[in-house]
Write a protein that binds this ligand. Structure first.
Ligand SMILES: [Zn+2]
Length: 335
C-alpha cells in the first residue's frame, strides 16, 4: 500500500511539474484508462478495479517520461508521420518492425515515429507479465499500453502536420485533444461494448492508424475554415489590454466559444475517438490475459481489498453501463 501510495505521489508530482505533452490531455488519457476497466469481463474487471486509481493516474506517465524525465527513447513511441512514407504509405510501409527496419532503416523509422510497432511490443510484454503473475508489471504495462492506444486514436498523432504548423494552424493539437475534451468531456458517453479478443493485434493496430489518419483532413480543414472567417479577437482569449493570452504550451489560448464551434463542426469526432480508444484498450488488455492462458488474478490481492471494492465496483459499473459516466477521476484543467 505504502509502495503504491509512493508511486501515486511521484506520478502526481511529475504531472504537476511536467511541461507540454502532445497526446490526449490528462483528462482524455485518464478517462480512457478508467472507462476501459468497466469494459473488461469478470474476473478481470474486479482485479483491475482494485487498482483503478493507479491505472487512472498512470495514464499520462508515458508523456511525463518524454518531458520531465527526458527519456530520449520515449517521444517516437507516441506518433507516426504517415506522410513521410509517400503518397500511399499504408501500401508501402511494412506492418512488422523487422520488415520496416529492413526496408527503411531504424533511423528513418525513429525520426517519423514508431507508434504502430510499439503497441504490439507492449502487448507482448503485458502478456508475459500475466504469464508470470507479476502484478506490478501487469499494472504498469496495462496503463502504458492504454496510453499508446489512446494516442493512436488522435488523428494528429498520425500526421507530419501534427500541430497545424505546416498550414498556419499552430495550436490545433492541444485544442483538439486537451481543450475540447476538458470543456465538453463531461457530456461524453464513455460506455462501450465488452472487451473482444483480438486475433491479429498487428493488423488491428494498423487499422486504428489507418482510420485515424483518414480523419486528418477533416480535423485540419474544419478548423481552417473557422480561422479564416472568424474575427481574431473571437478566436483567441485576450487580457484587458487586448494582448492574446498564452496557454501552458506557450501558444495562443483559444476562446471557449471557438472551441465549442469547432467541436460542433466535427460532429462529435473526439467523443467517438475516445469511445473507440476505450474499447480497444479493453480489447488489448483482455487479449493479453487470454494469450497468457487466463491466469487467476483473484489471488493477487487480499480478500479485504476485494471486499471493500465490491460495492463501489457494482455502483460504478452500473453508472458506466447505464449513463456512460465515470466517478473518481477529477484531474485539474491543464489547457
Ligand atoms: Zn502520448
Amino acid at each position: 500500500m505504502k509502495k503504491i501510495f509512493g508511486s501515486l505521489l511521484f506520478i502526481f508530482l511529475m504531472l504537476v511539474f511536467s511541461n507540454a505533452s502532445f497526446s490526449w490531455g490528462v483528462w482524455g488519457h485518464q478517462h480512457i484508462n478508467r472507462a476501459a476497466v468497466f469494459a473488461l469481463p469478470m474476473p478481470m474487471r474486479a482485479f483491475f478495479f482494485d487498482h483503478i486509481d493507479f491505472i487512472t493516474v498512470e495514464a499520462s506517465i508515458p508523456d511525463v517520461r518524454k518531458y520531465a524525465i527526458n527519456d530520449r527513447n520515449e517521444p517516437p513511441r507516441h506518433f507516426i508521420d504517415m506522410e513521410a512514407y509517400g503518397d500511399h504509405p499504408f501500401e508501402t510501409l511494412p506492418d512488422t518492425w523487422d520488415s520496416a527496419k529492413a526496408k527503411y532503416g531504424e533511423k528513418m523509422l525513429i525520426k517519423n515515429g514508431i507508434l504502430p510497432w510499439y503497441i504490439p511490443e507492449i502487448l507482448d510484454k503485458l502478456t508475459a507479465a500475466f504469464k508470470d503473475h507479476d502484478k506490478v508489471s501487469m499494472l504498469f504495462l496495462a496503463a502504458d499500453l492504454a496510453h499508446y492506444i489512446g494516442d493512436a486514436y488522435v488523428p494528429l498523432h498520425t500526421s507530419l502536420n501534427y500541430n497545424g504548423q505546416l498550414t498556419g494552424q499552430k495550436g490545433i493539437h492541444a485544442l483538439w485533444e486537451s481543450l475540447i475534451p476538458e470543456l465538453f468531456g463531461m457530456n461524453y458517453n464513455l460506455h462501450t461494448k465488452s472487451a473482444i479478443y483480438i486475433k491479429d493485434p498487428v493488423q488491428y493496430t494498423w487499422d486504428i492508424i489507418r482510420e485515424s489518419h483518414r480523419l486528418v483532413p477533416a480535423v485540419l480543414t474544419t478548423e481552417k475554415k473557422l480561422l479564416d472567417t472568424w474575427p481574431k479577437d473571437s478566436i483567441y482569449e485576450t487580457d484587458s489590454q487586448g494582448n492574446i493570452i498564452k496557454n501552458k504550451y506557450h501558444e495562443a489560448r483559444f476562446t471557449d466559444n471557438f472551441a465549442k464551434t469547432y467541436s460542433e463542426a466535427m460532429h462529435g469526432m473526439e467523443e467517438h475517438q475516445m469511445q473507440l480508444a476505450i474499447q480497444s484498450v479493453a480489447d488489448f488488455w483482455y487479449t493479453a490475459w487470454m494469450n497468457a492462458g487466463r491466469p487467476d488474478l483473484s489471488k493477487l490481492d487480499d480478500t479485504y481489498t476485494h471486499q471493500i471494492n465490491r460495492k463501489p465496483l457494482k455502483y460504478q459499473y452500473r453508472l458506466w453501463e447505464s449513463k456512460g459516466k465515470l466517478t473518481g477521476s477529477k484531474p485539474e484543467s491543464e489547457y
